[in-house]
Design a binder for this molecule. Structure first.
Ligand SMILES: [Zn+2]
Ligand SMILES: [Zn+2]
Length: 168
């Protein structure tokens, strides 16, 4: 649901804080899917201030837990993400002063909330900081297999060729 900023009828310099419920879709990240751990809507806190010159200064905050596979071992992982994002939309403004989420005084809260979430994600979602991941050879979970898990090194093909040589 887009939010109509104009309906607040703020005058220049005036501000308002409101909570808006949004529906948050699962997030695709690093080839995996992470789903919000709540059923239904997530409350998002919006701080809306009217700037001089008929613009808006906006702040969006919320937090959400995401459930999905650990990127190293594929066991269930959970990431708590705290989002705190700011936007400015100034008529006639350019670049940073022209929010992509505001169009004719209407704010795309969900679009903003979604993109701010992606930006707030860590580089990797893991089950725990020191997750050892999977064995590159056999795919065993190294958290369970332990540090002694190893495979005999395959013979180096160069030495194999050497052993075929005969010196008569
Ligand atoms: Zn893991
Ligand atoms: Zn292995």
């Amino acid at each position: 649901m887009p939010f109509d900023l104009g309906s607040l009828r703020l005058s220049s310099g005036e501000g308002r804080r409101i909570d808006v419920p949004i529906a948050l879709e699962p997030v695709a990240f690093g080839g995996q899917t992470y789903a919000p751990d709540v059923d239904g809507d997530i409350p998002v806190t919006l701080d809306i201030a009217r700037t001089t010159g008929q613009g808006y200064s906006l702040r969006l905050r919320y937090s959400v837990g995401l459930d999905g596979p650990c990127m190293r071992c594929l066991e269930p992982a959970r990431e708590e993400v705290v989002i705190d994002s700011r936007e400015v939309d100034q008529p006639g403004g350019s670049g940073d002063m022209n929010s992509p989420y505001v169009e004719d005084d209407v704010l795309d809260v969900e679009g903003w909330a979604r993109e701010a979430l992606v930006l707030a994600l860590p580089t990797q979602i893991v089950c725990r900081e020191d997750c050892a991941g999977l064995c590159a050879e056999c795919g065993a979970n190294l958290n369970q297999a332990g540090p002694d898990h190893s495979h005999p090194k395959p013979p180096d093909p160069r030495f194999e060729k050497l052993s075929e040589l005969r010196f008569d």
